[in-house]
Design a binder for this molecule. Structure first.
Ligand code: NAP
Length: 518
């Protein structure tokens, strides 16, 4: 089986009337489906939990997007058992068949791009273009991992000893627990699920309680594509109630998690302890938070730098793990770049995510809004408020993009992940000092440097300790295949999603040597 070379899905331009109309009609159609009930899926069967919960539209919190089951801890255990029962059959399914199903899923996603965008807009508060990027990335993950699975099925030949035939094969691991965050409710969920399934594992998908409808829509799409329902369980319910059972179950073989440092470390700790009947070491793939910095040198293109900082800091309201939350500016250009940042920030238009052409929508929920506001209040006492500082107009969870200057390296807003539209601006004495400040973090996810000096570029390549380094461009917007994604230190296990090594984490290698007669 061969597939055409991988190509990233193209983003549509919503200034074109046909694309704009497609989105408008998808928004209307999805709006008419808001507030529906969704079941759990365990062992290929629908099930109810011990109650329900609602996901809301953060742009208009009175609007219910979906009603979902509160799965119980007992159902979490059942889901793992059921996924384990069908593991041998799915593991034995030829890789070509699994790849064919994944490519079919990609095709269905492509056909229904506008509809998935609309679900993202209503449930996560992404604006049109951010939603388009999320859906395109989901398609890319399916197409990319389909090709990588075929590659993995044909490993490089081994050294052959005289009188022996030696082979290496990659086997699936078993049952994987897939736990995505709400901020890329489609792309990250799809990436982790697709990687696990295409390599022959079965999964229990536990979506974020903020974005379960996007997840439910995708699980249904997987079933429509022909993935056996029993291989892919769908379990909603709060992570704090079902999470431990999923992680601790002795039949759980691996956990693929993306989310906060706090939850990731908890999962890592619980997974490390063997349970009664468990016969393997669980594998944890954990991608966690960031405190990403953009460094601006004195001889950089200052307009490009300010544009890159503002796009990285406030795109999707700063709720990206890759978002720029620290701008570290050389003292010679500090006030000039700061003024440019403030000028650009002041022009950002905020409003409901379903309205086209706006720059920023709401943050995800009231808890997030209040937490970000607390950081802003602390930041005001730690530095000089240059823009924003509070709520923006509207009924949704809207916050002004906020810029706080003169922040020192020990400040709370310099060190802690805020996960909202707040930018700390810090003065560096020299370029070396700027790199040192940038590395002064427990995290190490993304970073960018703006400079025209080749020696400084080389220095950043060698010394800026992040999983994803960008030079003379913004620090968000990683593309599948081009920018394998994952961070150092407390940002996670550096699994490099969308890269050629990613699938290795979902398999185990078996070496076979057979004596042959000469
Ligand atoms: P979160 O609060 O850690 O939640 C992530 C997922 O974990 C959700 O599905 C959540 O379910 C679940 N969960 C919560 N408690 C759990 C437990 N005890 N056991 C098992 N699962 C549990 O993170 P978030 O707020 O959704 O996402 C934002 C975070 O993700 C930020 O820190 C961001 O930097 C990080 N992130 C990292 C990357 C990356 O690639 N490094 C990418 C995107 C986001 P409930 O919703 O039901 O609680």
């Amino acid at each position: 089986m061969t597939l055409p070379p991988f190509r990233n899905e193209t983003y549509r331009d919503f200034n074109q009337p046909e694309h704009r109309q497609a989105m408008e009609s998808a928004l209307a159609s999805v709006r008419s489906q808001l507030g529906q009930d969704y079941p759990l899926w365990i062992g290929g069967q629908q099930a109810k939990g011990d109650g329900t919960f609602r996901s809301l539209n953060p742009s208009r919190p009175a609007e219910v997007v979906g009603i979902h089951q509160r799965g119980t801890p007992a159902q979490a255990s059942q889901a793992v058992e059921a996924a384990w029962s069908c593991f041998p059959t799915w593991a034995a399914t030829p890789v070509e068949k699994r790849v064919e199903l994944l490519v079919k899923a990609a095709a269905l996603l492509r056909e229904r791009k506008s509809e998935f965008n609309a679900w993202l807009i209503y449930e996560s508060g992404k604006n049109w273009i951010e939603a388009e990027a999320d859906t395109c990335e989901a398609i890319d993950f399916c197409e990319y991992y389909a090709r990588q699975a075929l590659r993995l099925a044909k490993p490089d030949p081994l050294v052959q000893m005289p009188g022996e035939q030696s082979d290496l094969v990659y086997l699936p691991l078993g049952v994987g627990i897939i736990i995505p965050p709400w901020n890329f409710p489609l792309a990250i969920l799809v990436g982790m699920t697709a990687a696990a399934l295409v390599t022959g594992n079965t999964v229990v998908v536990k979506p974020s309680s903020d974005t379960p409808t996007v997840a439910a829509q995708f699980i249904q799409l997987l079933y429509d594509a022909g993935f056996p329902k029993a291989c892919c369980a769908y379990l909603t319910g709060s992570g704090s109630s079902v999470g431990d059972n999923l992680v601790e179950h002795p039949k759980t073989r691996f956990i693929s998690f993306t989310g906060s440092r706090e939850v990731g470390l908890r999962i890592n700790e619980l997974a490390a302890k063997p349970r009664k009947g468990q016969i393997w070491i669980k594998r944890v793939i954990a991608e966690m938070g960031g405190k990403d910095a953009i460094v601006v040198d004195q001889n950089a293109d200052l307009d490009a730098a300010a544009a890159g900082i503002v796009a990285s800091a406030f795109g999707f309201q700063g709720q990206k793990c890759s978002a720029c939350s620290r701008a570290i500016l050389h003292q010679a250009v500090y006030e000039e770049v700061l003024a440019k940042i403030v000028e650009r920030t002041a022009k950002l238009r905020i409003g409901p995510a379903d309205e086209p052409g706006l720059d920023m929508g709401p943050v995800i929920n009231e808890k997030a809004r209040a937490s970000i506001q607390r950081y802003i209040d602390v930041g005001r006492s730690e530095g000089r408020l240059m823009h924003g500082g509070g709520k923006a107009e509207g009924d949704g969870f809207f916050l002004q993009p906020t810029v706080i200057a003169d922040i020192g390296p020990d400040a709370k807003i310099f060190q802690e992940e805020i996960f909202g539209p707040v930018l700390a601006v810090t003065r560096a004495r020299t370029f070396d000092d700027a790199l040192e400040l940038a590395n002064n973090s427990q995290y190490g996810l993304t970073g960018a440097v703006y400079t025209r000096d080749p020696e400084k570029i080389q220095k950043a390549r060698e010394q800026f300790f992040v999983g994803n380094l960008y030079i003379n461009r913004k620090c968000t917007g990683a593309m599948v295949g081009a920018h394998p994604f994952g961070g150092f230190n407390m940002s996670g296990t550096d699994s490099k999603a969308g890269g050629p090594d990613y699938l290795m984490q979902f398999v185990q290698a078996k070496s076979i040597a057979e004596k042959v007669s000469s």
